[in-house]
Design a binder for this molecule. Sequence first.
Ligand code: OS5
Length: 229
Amino acid sequence: MKVAILSAMREEITPFLQKYPHHTQKEIGGNTYFLVNAGGYELILAYSKIGKVHAALSASTMILHFGAEKLIFSGVAGGLNPSLKVGDLIIANKLCQYDVDITAFGHPLGFIPESSVYIEANLTLNALAHEVAREKGITLQEGIIASGDSFIANREKKQWLIDTFGADAVEMEGASVANVCHLLRVPFCILRSISDSADGEADVSFDEFLESSAKVSADFVEAMLQKGL
Ligand code: OS5
């Protein structure tokens, strides 16, 4: 089975490249795609660069060019729900683009005609993630992830995301990947480990915990692969 593992930043995909050092690589559209056969899977690994446009291009390339049949996003996020601390894991049950605004036409924030505010993740992959978490004694929270093209480092914006979208975590790519996968009918799972709390100290926390939280997420994805997608 061809499985895509996508991250946004080099630091988020590096733990996978360390796990699977014997890869070949191909450049498309300014990104490098790393191809590896491991554990009975044909893995396609990449980091997209930051933001929704980059992530959508990479997800599309992984599916339409490389033929990925399932996609897992692995990386870090800002925690909005106070129960999420640095290093904790969250999988999205649904995702929204908080920066879509055509409210001038009477639509709710985040809504796009012929689409919807929220895109739902794949129940089977999420159930597998919960099963892995249970077996390994890892706490895995499921919740709403809000995506937009801003690094949130502000208490008021954080509260707005919670109040407006019921969001538990914030990042800059997940909802665009979810949209691509939904439209191309590829089951996906968005997994993130918390690097910061999207507040006034977020930049410092992010720099400190990017690497360690990225590894938490990557280790969990590896366990999902071992369990069997
Ligand atoms: O990919 C972006 C979203 N990620 C999740 C995330 C997040 N998103 C929104 N708000 C938060 N509070 C979040 N916490 C975690 C992480 C990433 C955030 S943008 C980080 C940019 C860091 C950076 N900028 N320049 N460099 C690093 C140095 C550099 C220079 C050249 C080439 C590469 C890096």
